[in-house]
Design a protein around this ligand. Structure first.
Ligand code: PGA
Length: 229
């Protein structure tokens, strides 16, 4: 299984270090074969050798240049980072990233050989319109995306389930992942209020290859417990 922690705008450089140390110790002791990723804020990225892979939550699709406030390839390559998260709904809705921009980022980091966690998800209104509307919405989020890319990992994250405490139901996840399986061979993660209370149920769903976790990943012990349930 893939377990990915998305810190968003939580943790600092020093607390990320402490987090990784705790998690690394736990994982080593347990010798788990899960693939574990942590996406800290950009200020906490660093060269890290361990069983956890560090990734960037966001980068601008350039090597370097005049893009105030952004980081590019040079800034992450300094730390050997080769994994990136693209298309998170918070970037799409709060930061105004269009499908075109998301696809541009995807193409750039694909050309650089990055492992790409690509996020898709529907708003509540679409979910309430039924499975077909959901699938069409998700299909549109694959526009301009090479779904055959071998280093692609797709994260299905219904927007209404993110940070709300209300995860999608087992049947909603199973149905959606089955439809996504028709569109790509990439590993399929579920994200949206994944926590210790529902992790066993979610990872047992056929077609779920892992999880992308926000709030419940912020404490390393809690995140680790999710992996050994
Ligand atoms: P959440 O966030 O686990 O806090 O719902 C998930 C995400 O946004 O990736």
């Amino acid at each position: 299984m893939i377990f990915a922690a998305n810190f968003k705008t939580h943790h600092t450089r020093s607390s990320t270090r402490a987090y990784l140390q705790t998690l690394q110790t736990r994982l080593q002791d347990a010798s788990t074969d899960h693939r574990v990723y942590v996406f800290p804020p950009a200020t906490a990225l660093e060269r890290y050798e361990g069983v956890v892979t560090l990734g960037a939550q966001n980068i601008y699709p350039v090597v370097r240049g005049a893009y105030t406030g952004e980081i590019g390839l040079d800034q992450v390559e300094e730390f050997g980072i080769k994994t990136v998260l693209i298309g998170h709904s918070e970037r799409r809705s709060l930061l105004g990233e269009t499908q075109k921009k998301v696809a541009e980022k995807f193409a750039f980091f694909q050309s650089q050989g990055f492992e790409i966690f690509y996020c898709i998800g529907e708003p509540l209104l679409v979910r309430e319109s039924g499975d077909r509307a959901v699938i069409e919405h998700l299909r549109a989020q694959f526009e301009g995306i090479d779904t055959d890319y071998t280093r692609l990992i797709v994260a299905y994250e219904p927007i209404w389930a993110i940070g709300t405490g209300r995860s999608a139901t087992v049947s909603e996840i199973a149905t959606t992942h089955a439809a996504l399986r028709e569109m790509t061979d990439a590993p399929l993660l579920y994200g949206g209020s994944v926590k210790q209370e529902n992790i066993a149920q979610i990872t047992a769903i056929d077609g779920v290859d892992g999880v992308l976790v926000g709030s419940a990943s912020l404490d390393p012990e809690g995140f680790y417990r999710m992996m050994c349930c």
